[in-house]
Design a protein around this ligand. Structure first.
Ligand code: GN1
Ligand code: MG
Length: 365
């Protein structure tokens, strides 16, 4: 029997397994969609966790159990808002655990599929952008009353930009840079010119201007599930990085992902731009839900967050290219270099539009 089917059978579900197919476009974990013959549950999501990235995957699952229980309880008590909102459920393995380890030592887990919904690699319209913003606000607000100490830090250094810079310096001094092509040269200069500004959010955190909260960590456009009929956002998936952090990491990540109409994988570098209309729509969806937990300092650092997370992701891709593609899955040798340039071009576009972006933020406060 196919190995994937054998693994899928280790998780409790309502029906027999009809099919297991690769699913989505994750850069870290391997994701599969399992199809069942049961009318109650047509699908579930099966994932092999990248344990090179998530060193303690059992803590990722523990976190997931804790905050999904919290959110399910809040949703149960909340008055009906007339909108569907769902959180994936962790499916137990036959032995009652939240994971299954196969004969090769791979770590597998299963989650329920959000029915009748779909996600997109790029934002489709301003309505879609508004829904993405709504989803992020809804998600953050549902975990805003869960104490940060309840969740483990399952990926130390995640979104701590100065840590990525430190690692970049180590890789550069260890490996050197060969070949020094014009693209590599551009990347080196780009990082050099911005490195003094890179600790901006971490500095604000140390000065107690910004405080830790629970965040999603990866609210990019393809993690927002959209109802197939209503077009409304109904869930955010990819919950591995829900842990303590700054809400700014989330806002920055959401905007760098959603306001880049060409997407992360384009190779048309000169056409990459940050679309301020989409930024406005996302914040229009987000801020009404977030204004209860955002203070003046939070607003003051929003622009920096948008610029920083684009810069940071570019730096992460660039470092990974220089290191030989050890973190992000790459389809070819230069793949992470190309992804880095896209993020750097996006950061430049953000910088050019600083006044307009700050005006949008001020306007919506
Ligand atoms: C990774 O695996 P995926 O695609 O969900 C990465 C994110 C990046 C994203 C860029 C744990 O997410 O931080 O923003 O690639 N996840 C991790 O596409 O590093
Ligand atoms: Mg992810």
């Amino acid at each position: 029997m196919n190995h994937l089917v054998t693994v899928a059978k280790q998780f409790k579900s309502d029906g027999n397994i009809l099919d297991v197919q690769e699913y989505g476009s994750g850069n870290v974990n391997d994701t599969f969609l399992v199809t069942l013959d049961s009318p109650q549950e047509k699908h579930f999501v099966l994932q092999r966790i990248n344990t090179h990235v998530f060193r303690r995957p059992e803590l990722v699952m523990l976190n997931m159990r804790v905050f999904t229980a919290h959110v399910h309880e809040r949703l149960r008590r909340e008055p009906n808002s007339g909108r569907r909102w769902q959180v994936p459920r962790v499916l137990s393995a036959q032995d009652g655990n939240s994971h299954y380890i196969d004969g090769e030592g791979s770590f597998w887990r299963a989650l329920s599929f959000i029915d009748a919904s779909t996600s997109f690699e790029q934002v489709q319209s301003t309505e879609h952008a508004r829904e993405v913003g709504h989803a992020l606000g809804r998600f953050q607000s549902l975990i805003s009353d869960l104490a940060t100490e309840k969740l483990y830090d399952t990926l130390e250094g995640f979104h701590i930009t100065p840590r990525y810079l430190q690692h970049y310096d180590v890789v550069l001094s260890r490996n050197g840079v060969t070949p020094k092509t014009p693209d590599v040269d551009y990347g080196l200069r780009f990082v050099q010119e911005r490195r003094d500004w890179a600790p901006v959010l971490e500095d604000a955190k140390s000065q107690n201007k910004l405080r830790l909260r629970l965040i999603h960590g990866d609210p990019k456009v393809n993690n927002i599930m959209i109802d197939e009929t209503t077009g409304q956002a109904v869930s955010i998936v990819d919950l591995d990085t829900v842990k303590p952090g700054l809400v700014h990491y989330d806002i920055g990540d959401c905007l760098r992902s959603c306001c880049n109409p060409l997407g992360e994988e384009t190779t048309d570098f000169d056409a990459v731009r940050f679309e301020t209309d989409l930024c406005q729509a996302i914040l229009q969806g987000y801020l009404p839900l977030a204004q209860d937990f955002l203070d003046d300092n939070d607003y003051a650092y929003l622009y920096d967050a948008i610029r920083l997370i684009a810069f940071e992701l570019g730096l992460r891709f660039f470092t990974d290219y220089l290191e030989g593609n050890v973190y992000f899955k790459a389809k070819h040798q230069e793949h992470n270099l190309a992804r880095a340039i896209v993020q750097f071009k996006l950061a430049e576009s953000i910088e050019r539009q600083e006044a307009a972006i700050r005006a949008i933020i001020d306007d919506l406060r």
